[in-house]
Ligand binder design. Structure first.
Ligand code: CMC
Length: 394
């Protein structure tokens, strides 16, 4: 074991080679397949970006139409899956529902999870998952709200369809707002991949044992759930609400976050790789102003967020540690403006991240070195050897 290098938290261990996402944490650069995130977020539809991540190229008009048709074709869930929703407890977390139901897809569509062409960009397996996860997420919301399920429509885009499925009600039909569709589209694109983060590494590690796509993604969803990862977007919202309810006593929260004895952290600040402003946070912050302006919403929590960021940027503790807002800091303000409740925020992150997870699972399976079973070593610090003690003598 003397040869094993300890790297807790994998601070400096490359687990694979990848051609999907370029990330420069010193300069704050993020590119998918070479395209800058800002260009993609401003000019693409989410499913174009999903196609790019999976295939390596942006689709042409015909390919995009075909992919859009796939999203429509596969949007329904097997009706037997729908019974599952009735048997979760009323306050079940939408994240546990999502992870369970995605795992279950493996049983409902076994032939798909044993795809004849498993690693080739957009396949029936991947298209099915990309479309169905949206329906599962929407149904988990409806279940949580105690409202009847709303089925997908064939005429709507990916994002519009999601809003339709969560907000439409038999007695109050939902009018789809293009500002909200475009805001959601931007957020999903900005979450679509981020190289070897905790959930993506989980998908690769689980997949490296030879398990198929759907269970690997189900594991990734569980990894995303934690408050240090995707769960941070919901934690930010709860923190902002607390600061507001507390009379905007920013100093109290800053002091708590700086206390070396305490465990409190400012959610939405800091990043393992970015030592500068997270480029996604910069775009989302601007989008907050644009979206709330267009919707004529004055959200006091945006004021709280802006003021908190200003205080953090003027504080030596955070400056010395390069702690800036990350992708999760401002996204919740937009979800809130759209009407999405806090307990769905991390589910939204999962919808966005799905193409990245799939692309990595495929890339891993295609690459002989990366697809070797993931099996880290350890540095053993326990007792090395001792004589056995019989039960009566213990
Ligand atoms: N508030 C207060 N102090 C912090 C924070 C924070 N949010 N983040 C890091 N620090 C401090 C930390 O206490 C440590 O100080 P010291 O050197 O004195 O011990 C130093 O900064 C380095 O932190 P670390 O924990 O060693 O850094 P890490 O790379 O292991 O963790 C992180 C990265 C994102 C988990 C962490 O910054 C954090 O907990 N942030 C809050 C949760 C959050 O926003 N997560 C979302 C991450 S971005 C998108 C995603 O993955 O979902």
């Amino acid at each position: 074991t003397g040869l094993i290098t300890l790297d807790s938290g994998f601070m400096n261990t490359g687990s694979c080679q990848s051609q999907i996402t370029y990330l420069d944490g010193e300069q704050g650069i993020l590119r998918y397949r070479g395209y800058d995130i800002a260009d993609l977020a401003a000019r693409c539809q989410f499913i174009e970006v999903a196609y790019l991540l999976l295939n390596g190229e942006l689709p042409n008009a015909e390919e995009l139409l075909q992919f859009r048709n796939d999203m429509t074709r596969y949007a329904l869930l097997h009706e037997d899956m729908i019974h599952f929703f009735d048997h979760f407890p009323p306050n079940a977390s939408p994240m546990s529902i999502l992870s369970t139901m995605v795992g279950t897809l493996h049983d409902f569509y076994p032939e798909m999870d044993l795809d004849e062409d498993p690693y080739g960009g957009i396949t029936t397996t991947t298209a099915r998952l990309l479309s169905k996860i949206r329906t599962i997420a929407a149904f988990s919301y409806k279940k949580n709200m105690g409202q009847p399920l709303v089925y997908p429509r064939a005429d709507l885009s990916y994002c519009a369809n999601f809003l339709h499925m969560i907000f439409d009600r038999p007695n109050i039909p939902y009018e789809i707002d293009p500002v909200m569709v475009s805001a959601l589209n931007k957020l999903l694109i900005l979450h679509a991949d981020h190289e070897q983060n905790c959930s993506t590494s989980t998908v690769r590690l689980v997949g490296s044992s030879g398990v198929r796509l759907y269970p690997s993604i189900s594991a990734g969803i569980s990894a995303l759930w934690g408050p240090l990862h995707g769960g941070a977007n919901a934690a930010v919202m709860r923190m902002l609400e607390k600061i507001e309810a507390d009379g905007r006593n920013y100093d109290k929260y800053l002091e708590m976050a700086k206390d070396p004895e305490g465990s409190f952290r400012l959610s939405g600040f800091g990043h393992r790789v970015y030592k500068t402003y997270d480029p996604r946070a910069a775009i989302i912050k601007q989008a907050c102003h644009d979206v709330l302006g267009s919707l004529k919403i004055a959200d006091p929590l945006l004021e709280v967020a802006l003021e908190l960021e200003a205080r953090v940027s003027g504080d030596d503790y955070f400056r010395e540690r390069n702690l800036y807002p990350n992708v999760d800091f401002y996204s919740g303000i937009i979800y809130r403006a759209i009407g999405i409740p806090t307990n769905m925020f991390t589910v939204m992150f999962a919808l966005g991240r799905l193409p990245g997870w799939i692309a990595h699972w495929q890339e891993m399976n295609l690459d002989k070195d990366s697809s070797r079973i993931g099996r880290p070593r350890q540095v053993y610090t326990g007792i090395v050897s001792r004589p056995f003690t019989e039960l009566e003598e213990r």
